[in-house]
Design a protein around this ligand. Structure first.
Ligand code: HEM
Length: 308
């Protein structure tokens, strides 16, 4: 077992995220206590300063609104806690930052990839529809306790996250001297690789998720591989260890609720272009770029009402 630590720039998935992280480390984000002068914009670039301003504005506007979303609930709970329990505005902004940067884009892109994959694989969409119809006729949101019943939805999300992990590599620092064993692709040769404490390590999420040693036909969309027993060590979209994603359960519930409600009412489709083969359509629909996270292209998707 290698001891890896999360570097100070833990959430650095791009220079942009790193800049924002630096600016907000001072705001008690994720438990950092090193608050200095958060009003000062000397140490941060103009647009990050504006992002901070933007979040402050969001807090002020929402405090006056009666919206029933997560953000407003956070503010409401905060003021209900009384003087002692309440988070300061700084801490509030820190929490919003986490939801926005760590939780929004990752979840949004995963949902997009899921819709694209389901549009391409109508047979998987039909299986999901049948399960949702059986469990929740009428299309209400499942409760948290009902989540484990939605095996198809979970398998579809996991397969999406295996093939299109929003965070494609995870930066770590080796915490102590160690020796890694590298194995050749065919598994016949091994080599000992000494790694010293302080060495930067990149955990290659995509490399692991497409390794044929752990996944049969890794380039194929096969949600069924996540039903029954599967290799949990070879699946790390949320990372692993003490700094693994804090929002995993939040995302999983959110994702199942969205998928169950949506699929019960709509069929997801993407029109095929004239003369386009399935392989060509797949390459067009699933083309990616990497911004802060792995990003899908702008593909128009049709949500056809099932009762129309
Ligand atoms: C598909 C959805 C998501 C994916 C794939 C994802 C992935 C990740 C990854 C790879 C890390 C880095 C862990 C490490 O450094 O070892 C992380 C950290 C984190 N994520 Fe997520 N995440 C998702 C959704 C969310 C949501 C919805 C939230 C909040 C509501 C969230 C909050 C966090 C936080 C707070 C951390 C930092 C944990 C720490 O350093 O201790 N994430 N996430």
């Amino acid at each position: 077992m290698v001891k890896l630590a999360t570097p100070t720039c833990a959430r650095r998935v791009s220079k942009r995220a790193w800049e924002i992280q630096n600016a907000f480390d001072e705001l008690d984000v994720c438990g950092f206590e090193s608050f200095t002068s958060w009003e000062s914009k000397d140490h941060m670039s103009a647009d990050i300063y504006h992002e901070q301003e933007y979040m402050l504005e969001m807090v002020q506007t929402r405090e006056k609104s009666d919206k029933a979303d997560l953000f407003s609930s956070l503010l409401k709970e905060n003021s209900a806690g009384g003087e002692k329990a309440a988070l300061s505005v700084r801490e509030m902004v820190g929490n919003i930052f986490v939801l926005l940067v760590a939780g929004h884009e990752t979840a949004a892109h995963t949902l997009c990839f899921t819709f694209l994959l389901l549009a391409l694989h109508q047979e998987e969409q039909e299986k999901l529809f049948q399960q949702v119809e059986g469990l929740l006729p009428g299309g209400r949101a499942p409760t948290y306790e009902e989540m484990p019943l939605f095996t198809q939805a979970m398998a579809i999300y996991y397969e999406t996250l295996r093939m299109y992990p929003p965070v494609t590599w995870i930066p770590k620092v080796c915490a102590e001297d160690t020796v890694l064993t590298a194995t050749s692709a065919d598994g016949t040769r091994t080599e000992q690789v000494p790694v010293h404490a302080g060495t930067n390590i990149t955990v290659d999420v995509v490399g692991l998720h497409y390794n044929p040693r752990y996944w049969e036909e890794p380039s194929e969309f096969k949600p069924s591989r996540f039903i029954g027993e599967w290799n949990k060590d070879a699946f790390i979209p949320f990372s692993t260890g003490s700094h693994a994603c804090l929002g995993r359960k939040f995302f999983e519930y959110e994702a199942i609720a969205i998928l169950a409600m949506l699929i019960s009412k709509y069929q997801i489709e993407i029109p095929t272009k004239d003369g386009e083969t399935f392989e060509q359509k797949k390459a067009r629909v699933l083309a990616t770029t990497t911004a802060i996270t792995l990003t899908p292209g702008h593909i128009p998707v049709t949500f056809r009402r099932r009762d129309s």
